[in-house]
Design a binder for this molecule. Sequence first.
Ligand SMILES: Cc1cc2nc3c(=O)[nH]c(=O)nc-3n(C[C@H](O)[C@H](O)[C@H](O)COP(=O)(O)OP(=O)(O)OC[C@H]3O[C@@H](n4cnc5c(N)ncnc54)[C@H](O)[C@@H]3O)c2cc1C
Length: 323
Amino acid sequence: MVPPFSYLRARSLDEALRYLSQEGARAHAGGTDLLGCLRERIFEVTTVVSIAGLKELRGIAATPSGGLRIGSLTTIAEIARHPVIQSKYRALSMAANEVASPQLRNQGTIGGNLCQKPRCWYYRGEFHCLRKGGDQCYAVEGENAYHCILGGENCFIVHPSDTAPALVALQASVSIAGPNGRRTVAVEDFHMSPADDYTRETVLEPAEIVTEIVLPPPAPGLQSSYRKVRARRSWDFALAGVALAVVFNGNRADDCRVVLSGAAPVPWRSAEAEKVVRGRQLNRDRAAQAAEAALENADPMEQNAYKIPLFRNLIEQQLMAIG
Ligand SMILES: Cc1cc2nc3c(=O)[nH]c(=O)nc-3n(C[C@H](O)[C@H](O)[C@H](O)COP(=O)(O)OP(=O)(O)OC[C@H]3O[C@@H](n4cnc5c(N)ncnc54)[C@H](O)[C@@H]3O)c2cc1C
């Protein structure tokens, strides 16, 4: 049963920030993750603050510099079907199409998708794990088939969002409003690794809200993609996924960003793979070398070494498909 809480509907951003400044308050956008967290008692709340009525946080519009601004309350479905995102920021529309089910894409927002809690069954279950204030990560000795192979330290979750790796590849940033004003953070720096703080998933401070996501103008020659592998064909989180953003100059890849999902506690940018590709022609050998390089620091747990060949093949295939 969900414990009792107060429910407040904010009528303006200032009002939302004021309500959220109360101890134990949480923002409610589409509610698809929040309500599950409350039911599963992952965290306690005293007050749920609906931000769903804030019109200024909705919609997709061009920026003066030729980029795109996406309000944080824009649904995943709107993003998936938006023609400019489909043509200029393909990785993002592909990723949005891979999120959950049509019903969840209609209800869930991009802000909520970036801020959702991880899906580790110990964290979501009745275990008082490290991330919930306990003293151990149960995945270390337990069932760890779906846990991370890169970037794990203390806690071994995988980051759950499909849109986040695409946004990192596309060099997007998030605008944040809080009681102390506004700030902008690259999506790449928005999620927190357990090595920095295993009790937090993002750099958001209490009472801060993501107001929008900003995509820079696409560089000439930019091609991007996202592909996700899951355990079953209906809705499911990524076992392995890769977002690519490659800037081509003829056959040469002048720039390349490779970002993995299902691999690490944060969207995982593979500097090793990018280095192999950047400034060179993208052919089969190069794609295979980049895929190999991406996994060279992988440190699998007892049950998830299968992810290494899975990622290797996925990265190689996707680099060949984009080249
Ligand atoms: C069955 C199921 C399957 C799913 N499968 C996938 C999947 O395959 N891929 C994937 O990427 N996701 C998946 N999800 C997650 C889903 O996409 C997210 O639940 C959804 O995008 C969250 O959006 P929301 O608006 O409903 O967020 P809410 O549930 O309202 O909020 C989620 C969290 O973010 C915080 N929050 C929300 N908006 C903001 C904001 N603007 N600023 C600051 N904090 C905010 C809330 O306080 C809360 O902690 C799945 C979810 C479910 C329930």
